[in-house]
Design a protein around this ligand. Structure first.
Ligand code: SF4
Length: 229
């Protein structure tokens, strides 16, 4: 298992009342969804959003943006994309890494959209996850940002925060997403991703979490384990 995952997980789960309290405090302290929360990666339509999300796997935002810009300069629709060869797509998306595999997936994704979905990107998690190259994280990001659904997508920040605090007690992103689906109070679903993301970027940092001044440190399982060690 990844050393960071090993370090961030396995410290226990919050009870229902503590979980509610954690979300109440996150709501109080962190910004929620805003009208400018567009994406993923600020793409203007569902097709480009889903392709951009596919490009983002194991890639930094800046490299994903460069790859998407180069690719969409050549093609902006599934039909136009399929006119490009796998090599041409791979060359365009080189900045985002894993470009040969992603080029193959993009062509398969476009073919599936044309043949099975009448060129329309599905608006359900199941439909998105059935597309080549699209996993749960990508499907949830598209659901949340592109289709404005109340879904908590689990990226690296959300995963770390949830499993350090004990909001969830899981060791993979997909299991964390499934647990959030079961455990998060209804009122926290719309903004939950945004609260957790901002909290992960500003307080519960990957390398040096600001535990001493954190507003969750009295209930956080990771902090309790570190303190008692
Ligand atoms: S106490 Fe530390 S580990 Fe726990 S949520 Fe706060 S910053 Fe993160």
């Amino acid at each position: 298992m990844d050393a960071a995952v090993e370090k961030d997980t396995g410290h226990g789960a919050l009870g229902e009342a503590e979980r509610e309290e954690a979300f109440r405090r996150l709501r109080e302290h962190m910004p929620g969804r805003t009208p400018s929360a567009k994406g993923p990666k600020d793409q203007p339509d569902p097709f480009r959003s889903v392709v951009s999300c596919l490009l983002s796997a194991q890639s930094r935002d800046v490299n994903t943006a460069a790859a998407a810009k180069a690719l969409f300069a050549f093609a902006k629709t599934p039909d136009a994309m399929l006119k490009l060869s796998e090599e041409e797509i791979a060359r365009a998306i080189k900045p985002c890494g894993l470009y040969n595999m992603k080029a193959k997936s993009i062509r398969r994704l476009c073919a599936a959209l044309i043949e099975e979905h009448d060129r329309v990107v599905p608006q359900t998690r199941e439909g998105l996850m059935a597309l080549p190259g699209i996993g749960r994280k990508c499907a949830d990001i598209v659901m949340s940002f592109t289709f404005d659904e109340d879904v908590i997508a689990v990226d690296t920040h959300v995963f770390r925060v949830c499993n350090r605090t004990g909001i969830t007690n899981e060791r993979t992103a997909d299991k964390t997403a499934a647990a959030l689906e079961r455990l998060v109070p209804d009122w926290a679903r719309r903004d939950g991703h945004f609260w957790l993301l901002q909290f992960g970027k500003t307080v519960c940092l990957s390398r040096r979490p600001r535990c001493e001044t954190c507003f969750l440190n009295d209930i956080c399982r990771w902090f309790a384990a570190a303190r008692d060690a």
